[in-house]
Design a protein around this ligand. Structure first.
Ligand code: ATP
Length: 251
């Protein structure tokens, strides 16, 4: 069975600025990978390529063996994503938001209702199905967005700084909910700049200035230079990162 995600030497520039400069990484079945990087590291650009919003300038990415460039529909059919920006219609009920998304994906109504009920129950939101999204807390809205991403039964889940602006208790709950999905074989790539969220990962990928600076377990990151904590190790890796922004000869 091909891996949920395989990325080889993927790159993307905005004019002369290389936002992603030849990134390679994998996400295995049931793996929880934290993509940790400071502002401007290239996480969002990477996610935009993986979600098919932008095409890469070079390299390739495969979702469950399907190349995003040559088989985009097959690749995207295995992918669920929660974006940084809120994506619910606040005037619709939770159920209507989810039903609308299911319809867009052509999921038969009965099956959609079964899946919606399953995930709302799993995330403790069964009694909120008929509430307007506007009336939910930030944390619960994110759980509805997570439910939305899961309706198509993805093998790979991309979470792009999904806990921004959410209180610590809700953040921890969402992290635990997403982690629990890994036991069902879903591979997760969780982008964040919050180091405490990296502790929960099977592997940490540290990204800075468009490149991968580290790919391994938290203990290995700490052992790299004998750092006392992840924050110190992260800052050491990312603050000294060479600037790759402008290509040779560019302004
Ligand atoms: P953040 O945590 O701040 O969202 P990020 O890790 O997601 O950062 P990106 O948003 O991918 O990083 O940005 C990577 C680099 O590309 C940055 O230098 C950024 O200024 C630049 N960049 C991003 N989007 C564009 C764009 N549309 N046009 C020009 N440059 C861009």
């Amino acid at each position: 069975m091909p891996l949920p995600l395989t990325i080889n030497a993927l790159s993307k520039s905005y004019g002369a600025r290389k936002a992603v400069a030849g990134i390679s990484l994998t996400v295995g079945e049931g793996e929880f990978i934290t993509l940790l990087g400071p502002n401007g590291a290239g996480k969002t650009t990477l996610f935009q390529m993986l979600s098919g919003l932008f095409s890469a300038d070079g390299g390739r990415a495969q979702v469950v063996g399907h190349d995003l460039a040559t088989e985009p529909l097959a690749a995207l059919s295995h992918l669920g994503i929660v974006f940084q920006q809120p994506a619910l219609d606040l005037d619709l009920t939770v159920a209507a938001n989810l039903q609308f998304h299911s319809d867009l994906h052509g999921i038969p109504r009965g099956e959609a209702r079964r899946r919606i009920a399953h995930w709302l129950q799993r995330f403790g939101l069964s009694d909120r199905a008929q509430d307007k999204a506007r009336d939910l807390s930030g944390g619960n809205r994110r759980k509805v967005e997570l439910t939305r991403a899961l309706l198509t039964c993805p093998k790979l889940l991309l979470m792009d700084e999904a806990t921004v602006g959410i209180d610590p208790a809700s953040r921890a709950q969402i992290l635990a909910d997403v982690k629990s999905l890994c036991a069902e074989g879903i591979g997760v790539l969780w982008a964040t700049h919050l180091i405490d969220e990296a502790q929960a990962a099977d592997r940490i990928v540290v990204m800075a200035k468009g490149t991968v600076k580290f790919n391994g377990r938290a203990q290995e990151l700490l052992a790299l230079n004998g750092h006392a904590g992840l924050t110190e190790a992260f800052l050491h890796l990312t603050q000294g990162a060479p600037e790759i922004g402008a290509e040779a000869g560019a302004a």
